[in-house]
Design a protein around this ligand. Structure first.
Ligand code: ADP
Ligand code: MG
Length: 746
């Protein structure tokens, strides 16, 4: 056996791997070391590990069966066939006759366009040929055959058919590749490229595994035992060369757990460091005060989910460390009440609270909502809490006056955009910052928040998002945030019916009539398009050939001059200035505009209770989460609501059908994940998720929970992992610190 290899050795330490192949591996697969190579795992989808072709004597094989014959090459016959018309067919055929070494039977195997084969495997050499057994002109032959040298099954030594320095071979081989006659158990399928087909990777991996000494196990034996895991050595060998399917499962479980544990350790260590560095505020909710009064005066009882959220937030406020919590809940789940309560809890301690929204429109809306929610507390009246909207669009003198009052501590609740972070906005004792719609805070923002306080203590931070994601995902994606989920809608919500129609459906006229009726009854409609104007290049099939995707400008023009000529049609999109947009939105809210044609600018947060109809053109252009958000704009009032999704792909669109079937944002997020993978909900490259090679957060939710809990216990006992040096090394090796930084928030 060749010299022992280490995971950190370069791939060139493998026999037969020269500069050229090393370059290919690095370029195509990002593989540089033996460790990288072994972390290039086989595809895990169902059916990707294949049963090897049977090695059996020819006499026992049936026509049509795929089999491998091992034996000597008795002869080669090479010729250039007459080309068929149109130049079809092979340019060169090399036909081998192989004598089966067990029963001496001979069989032919033709190889197309591989003129070098006879030179590489001359008469007398021992080979393994795999192909489908068929009868051709009265004789047996192996069709679509693949041939490898049998002496050197590993075949990376420059012999075999894996000569790295023969460029004419690159890209030639079938990605399924020739089987390895020495392979036992199941055959892996690797993510491959034309120049590096799966079978070639398999041979490199086999070569590496043969030369690798037994791997140490970095995991404490206690954890291995608790979760009934196989050793790391076994896992790494079996994921590549499993004896059977059960071995694949066990190997995958172990490697998935390792990935998740490393990620959780890294996340929690960062969090620990930060918490050590940061002093928070102790501001437990008072038994008497505005926060308590708010709950007493509510016209409705909080939902169970809201109560749980209030408990969790109350615990954070009371604790000495700063709060970093994510509040996630579907549109309409009542996040604002929870946030308002927490803000008042800070105000009850004589501090100020701020609510930051992503846009001015939403900041204004929050301002309005807070004012009506706090009306029973005498908001704005002497002795009541004072809520102010801080925006850049205030006249300078007025803004200056307001900022002076903020600095004097006269404003209890500030609402605004990112501008709230500017230095000139200087409340004397900020206690809580609520950030709406996942503004992800960077380090820089965090420092600015802390600088808001003269004493260097961190204000508490609550992040709100209406894009629900499964908990296992949230726990990892927002690794350093605690997560509270409002998984329940207040009772008495109006149903929203969702209908998927073909864009050319003749029910359009009915819909237009229906909109006119509802508007006459005082209701309003959104009409959403994927594009702003017709200049956008994308096209979809239309009744007379291709047409452009629906654009807001054209649709508004058509509706205003055609079906809705009697109504007031408004138009809002991202190319308008903020003040133009707000003017139109305000008209819509008042009812001066009854049909609002829009792009996705209306996606988040806009709240118009009279809006009961949401029409979305070319809906297949949007993601599930986006459509769900859009639909969340209706069904907010007391009237029954309707959503219509137009699409040219109407009859073959599982995403649209999923939307028609449920309003549960969590269920839809799961569907999205299933259909489009985890990259669909967020940019995975931006987060530690990119370090997960095998783990899938939804599918492996149970392992996420175990890893999180194990990481917590390990770090509690051993914060620096000083007693677990191997584990510490794994954390460093598995998790890229730069990407991890992107996970930071709050
Ligand atoms: P979100 O911000 O989560 O989308 P909101 O906070 O805007 O939801 O709440 C949506 C509507 O539901 C608001 O009109 C709010 O007053 C109302 N609401 C909130 N909590 C309850 C509850 N427990 N019972 C009844 N209505 C509620
Ligand atoms: Mg606290």
């Amino acid at each position: 056996m060749a010299a022992r290899l280490d995971l950190s050795d370069p791939v060139t330490a493998l026999p037969g791997v020269g500069e050229r192949l090393a370059e290919l591996l690095a370029e195509h697969l990002g593989v540089r070391t033996i460790g990288d190579l072994l972390a290039h795992y086989p595809a895990q989808e169902a059916g990707k590990y294949r049963e090897p072709a049977a090695v059996k004597p020819l006499g026992e094989a049936r026509i049509g069966e795929t089999l491998t014959v091992v034996g000597q090459i008795a002869s080669w016959e090479a010729f250039t066939p007459r080309r068929r018309r149109g130049g079809k067919g092979p340019k060169h055929i090399a036909r081998a006759t192989v004598r089966d070494e067990r029963d001496g039977q001979a069989i032919a195997a033709p190889f197309f366009n591989q003129p070098w084969l006879p030179g590489r495997h001359p008469q007398g050499s021992r080979v393994a040929v795999t192909g489908r057994l068929e009868r051709y002109r009265g004789a047996l032959q192996l069709r679509s055959a693949r041939l490898v040298a049998a002496e050197r099954a590993v075949g990376v030594d420059g012999a075999g058919d894996a000569d790295p320095d023969r460029p004419d071979r690159a890209g030639d081989a079938d990605p399924d590749g020739a089987p390895d006659p020495q392979a036992q158990g199941l055959l892996p399928t690797y993510p491959a490229t034309a120049a590096l087909p799966s079978e070639r990777i398999a041979r490199l991996v086999r070569s590496a595994l043969e030369r690798l000494g037994p791997l140490p196990d970095p995991l404490p034996a206690e954890l291995v035992a608790r979760h009934d895991l196989v050793s790391r050595d076994t896992a790494l060998r079996h994921i590549h060369q499993p004896p059977d399917r059960e071995a694949v499962r066990a190997a995958r479980d172990r490697l998935v757990y390792d990935e998740l544990l490393a990620l959780q350790l890294a996340i929690q260590q960062r969090r620990q460091e930060r918490e050590e560095a940061a002093a928070g505020l102790v501001q437990p909710p008072a038994a008497r005060g505005w926060a308590a009064t708010l709950l007493e005066e509510l016209p409705f009882p909080p939902t169970r989910a809201q109560r749980r959220a209030l408990d969790e937030l109350g615990g954070d406020l009371a604790a000495s460390g700063p709060m970093h919590r994510l509040l996630q809940g579907d549109v309409g789940s009542g996040k604002t009440l929870v946030a308002a309560w927490a803000m008042l809890a800070a105000v009850d301690h004589g501090r100020q609270a701020a609510l930051m929204a992503p846009t001015e429109v939403l900041a204004e809306q929050h301002h309005r909502t807070l004012q009506s929610l706090l009306a029973p507390l005498g908001v704005g009246a002497p002795g009541g809490p004072r809520v102010e909207l801080v925006t850049g669009s205030l006249p300078t003198r007025q803004l200056r006056g307001l900022l002076a009052e903020v600095a004097a501590g006269e404003v209890d609740l500030l609402v605004g955009t990112h501008a709230l972070l500017e230095d000139r906005v200087a409340p004397p004792d900020p206690g809580l910052v609520v950030v709406d719609e996942q503004h992800r805070f960077g380090v820089e923002h965090r420092i600015r928040l802390r600088d808001k306080r003269a004493d260097g203590h961190h204000p508490d931070v609550l992040v709100m998002t209406a894009t629900p994601i499964p908990r296992s995902l949230a726990l990892t994606l927002y690794g350093d945030l605690d997560v509270t989920t409002l998984d329940e809608l207040p009772p008495g919500r109006q149903p929203v019916t969702t209908t998927v129609l073909h864009s050319d459906s003749d029910r359009r006229a009915n819909l237009e009539r229906f909109v006119r009726e509802r508007v006459a009854a005082g209701e309003r409609a959104f009409w959403v398009c994927p594009a702003v104007d017709a200049s956008e290049v994308a096209t979809v099939p239309g009744p007379e050939g291709e047409r452009s995707i629906a654009s807001a400008e054209e649709v508004a023009e058509h509706l205003a001059t055609g079906p809705f000529a009697e109504l007031d049609v408004g138009l809002v999109h991202g190319r308008l200035s903020a003040s133009e947009r707000e003017a139109v939105m305000e008209d819509f809210r008042r009812g001066a505009v009854q049909v609002l044609v829009a792009t996705t600018v209306v996606e988040v947060g806009v709240d118009v209770p009279e809006a009961t109809i949401m029409v979305i053109e070319d809906a297949d252009r949007f993601g599930i989460s986006q459509l769900h958000q859009l639909r969340g704009r209706i069904g907010r009032g007391s009237a029954r609501s309707h959503c219509v999704l137009f699409s040219t792909a109407a009859h073959d669109n599982r995403r649209l059908e999923a939307l028609a079937q449920t309003r549960d944002g969590f269920a839809l997020a799961e569907t999205d994940l299933e259909l489009r993978g985890e990259g669909s909900l967020f940019d995975t490259r931006q987060s530690g998720l990119a370090d997960l090679r095998l783990a899938r957060l939804v599918r492996d939710a149970a392992w996420v929970a175990r890893a999180r809990e194990d990481a917590r216990r390990l770090l509690e006992a051993d914060p620096d992992l000083a007693d677990h040096p191997e584990l510490r090394a794994v954390v460093r090796g598995l998790v890229d610190p730069h990407r991890l930084a992107a996970l930071d928030s709050g």
